[in-house]
Design a binder for this molecule. Structure first.
Ligand SMILES: Nc1ncnc2c1ncn2[C@@H]1O[C@H](COP(=O)(O)OP(=O)(O)O)[C@@H](O)[C@H]1O
Ligand SMILES: [Mg+2]
Length: 234
């Protein structure tokens, strides 16, 4: 199996028409390997969310190709896309989005797939909750845990289907910096332990000091590495 799990080839996404046309992504090509921990950074309006929507198969490019785990996805129909998305991707959002009346374990089991047995899912969910340090909270109702614990559960939920890629949009945006730091460390540990690819979008580079790769989006274009910080003239 190829080591490359995701490839974008000349992806552009244009919104609107005529004078009001916005090129949110401009000919983006990139390739990401299994186990990589990748950070996507850029200022507000640069195109980060549009890019994440492309990778997450939540939106299609105006032109170009999105190849996920060896399959070209832009030609798939809506039903095929959602099935492939459920199979290959795990999502972690800024807010944990747990269902408050369900237990932590029930929440983590939610994205389960029909082709797996519920016993397998329960076991996998339980194992992941232990790994993310929530062994004591497994049967608590989700509205009885802290914000940091909820985000740990959300990471476990993102991993439960053993996705090819976990996508996270500002996963620490709602947490204080100490808790955020712990969540970042946890994601990193999970990535290494499970050889799991993570693609994380953030506007806050400093939250993620230690990553395999940084991709900077500027005016819809992707650059490898980060923008050099300009020094303020004294
Ligand atoms: N659905 C949309 N319709 C029109 N313009 C959009 C839409 N989504 C994003 N844009 C525009 O595309 C550009 C990139 O947006 P976005 O990807 O949300 O940036 P970021 O996530 O980096 O803040 C912005 O100029 C934004 O206004
Ligand atoms: Mg955004």
């Amino acid at each position: 199996m190829s080591d490359v799990v995701l490839e974008l080839q000349n992806v552009s996404r244009i919104f609107g028409e005529g004078d009001t046309q916005v090129k949110a992504l401009d000919n983006v090509s990139l390739s990401i390997r299994r186990g990589e921990f990748v950070l996507i950074v850029g200022s507000s309006g640069s195109g980060k969310s549009t890019l994440l929507n492309m990778i997450g198969l939540l939106d299609k490019p105006t032109s170009g190709k999105v190849i996920l785990d060896g399959k070209e996805t832009t030609t798939l129909n809506d039903g095929q896309v959602s099935q492939y998305r459920n199979e290959k991707l795990g999502f972690v959002f800024q807010f944990a989005n747990l269902l408050p009346d369900l237990t932590v374990l029930e929440n983590v089991m939610l994205p389960q797939q029909i082709q797996r047995s519920s016993e397998d899912i329960r076991q996998n969910a339980t194992d992941l909750l232990v790994k993310v340090g929530l062994e004591d909270q497994i049967n608590k109702r989700s509205n009885k845990i802290s914000g940091g614990q909820a985000q740990r559960a959300a990471i476990a939920r993102g991993l439960v289907n053993r996705p090819t890629i976990v996508l996270a949009d500002e996963p620490t945006g709602n947490l204080d910096s100490v808790t955020a730091g712990k969540i970042v460390k946890l994601a990193k540990t999970m990535a290494k332990e499970l050889n799991q690819t993570f693609i994380i979008v953030t506007h806050d580079r400093h939250q993620f000091p230690d990553v395999d790769r940084v991709i900077t989006i500027k005016d819809g274009k992707a650059f490898s590495g980060e923008e050099t910080t300009m020094e303020i003239a004294a």
